[in-house]
Each structure stands twice: as C-alpha cells, then as structure tokens.
Design a protein around this ligand. Structure first.
Ligand SMILES: [Zn+2]
Length: 222
C-alpha cells in the first residue's frame, strides 16, 4: 500500500491504495478516473485504471468514509475488501452428500476448476468424483463386500455390482469411457466433452437420489 492523493466528492484526500493492479498483478501507479459517493452507505467507490501499457484495465476501490455534513466527507476509513467470488456451487442433494462425501467434495472442486477454465484438471476431477459415487453406492447396497468394491477396478465394480440394473450399467460404462477420455493420452470421443460427462454423472446421481428417497419414505410410511 502507498499514499496517493485522490479526488472524491469535489475535494482532495490523501489515502492509502494498493501497489499492484488486481488484473495483471504488476506494480503500477494507477490513474484515478472517477468517484462515486454513496451518502447512505457512507462509502466512496474510486474508479482507477492500471497504468501498465498492455493491461490498462479499470478497477474499483471502495472505502468507508466518515462524513461531517450530508455532502461532505470528513475522512477516509478502511478499504473494503472485494473477493469477486462469482462461483456458484453445484447443487448436490443431502442424500448424495451423506452417501459419498468424497464425490461431493471432488465434484465441487472439479466445478471450481472448470469455472476457472482449468479444463485439464476439471475433467480428471469429474472422472475421480464419478468413480467414488459408483463405488460408494455399490458399497451402500453391498455392505458385506466393501473391501472387494474398494480394491476392484471401476470397470469390474460396474460389471459385478450393477449387473441387475442393465440400463444403469450401460449408463455407467458410457460415463466411465467418456471420463477416461479426460485422463488418457489417446482421445476416444472427439465430439463429446466435459458438459456431457457432467450430465451423465448428474443422471446417475438422480437415480441414486430416487433409490435413497424410496427407501427413506418406505420406512417412514410403513
Ligand atoms: Zn494491470
């Protein structure tokens, strides 16, 4: 932080501002473009522009202020921290969170990576999340075979523990193959992407949700 004289509400004030640009991260002396005084919230938003040639992006610093009369700012207070966290977490049902905490955590992390356009990482993470969901649901339905499910390959677990559900077994093998495309050197499907992988995982989670809801409400209504 360093001191800079800025203009707000037609007066000059010397305040502390950050040394670096929030966009390019470089040290720079920002140029003040404008100011917005919110009399009710008692804050001033200062609009700056990065002075680095290949950046030149605008950013806003908002400060709390003390005022004397209605229109006069007495002094500047704290810089209000912005996080710009516009990420919306994917909705995961309580059923799924309880059944497979690792799936739920990994799926959220994959979504964060995807939102940040880290598609190499997000694809692998969705594939990992999918494996946990398949194995955790198989374990839930076959409590005596948890060790066998844990140590077997995803391919084998789908064949062994979903054989009585042919449509679901197909869904899982298709999802597994598409998921593997995110991890392997050779890409099998060129016209299928992460959005499709997510859609298929979501469909499987809906199926699990339905089974768990049926069990819960069967017990409650018995
Ligand atoms: Zn910049």
């Amino acid at each position: 932080m360093h001191f800079k004289t800025i203009r707000a509400s037609n007066s000059n004030y010397t305040i502390e501002i950050p040394d670096t640009c929030p966009h390019c991260g470089k040290n720079m002396e920002s140029e003040q473009i404008n100011d917005v005084y919110d009399r009710v919230a008692k804050t001033v938003a200062l609009i700056f522009r990065c002075s680095i040639n290949d950046c030149h992006k605008y950013f806003i610093l908002e400060y709390s202020v003390n005022k004397t009369t209605v229109d006069t700012i007495a002094s500047f207070g704290q810089l209000i921290q912005y996080s710009y966290n516009g990420f919306q977490e994917p909705a995961i049902s309580e059923n799924i969170k309880n059944l497979s905490p690792v799936f739920s955590e990994t799926f959220v992390e994959a979504s964060i990576a995807e939102a940040k356009k880290l598609t190499n990482i997000s694809g692998i993470a969705y594939r990992k999340a999918f494996e946990f969901l398949v194995k955790d649901f198989a374990s839930y339905q076959n409590q005596e075979k948890i060790e066998e499910i844990r140590t077997n390959s995803l391919n084998n677990v789908i064949d062994m523990f979903y054989k009585d559900m042919p449509m679901i077994k197909d869904l899982l093998h298709i999802t597994r193959r598409i998921g593997n495309d995110e991890t392997h050197y050779y890409r099998e499907f060129t016209d299928i992407d992460i959005k499709d992988l997510k859609k298929l995982i979501y469909n499987f989670s809906l199926y699990i949700n339905m089974i768990l809801d049926i069990k819960e409400f069967s017990q409650k209504t018995n």
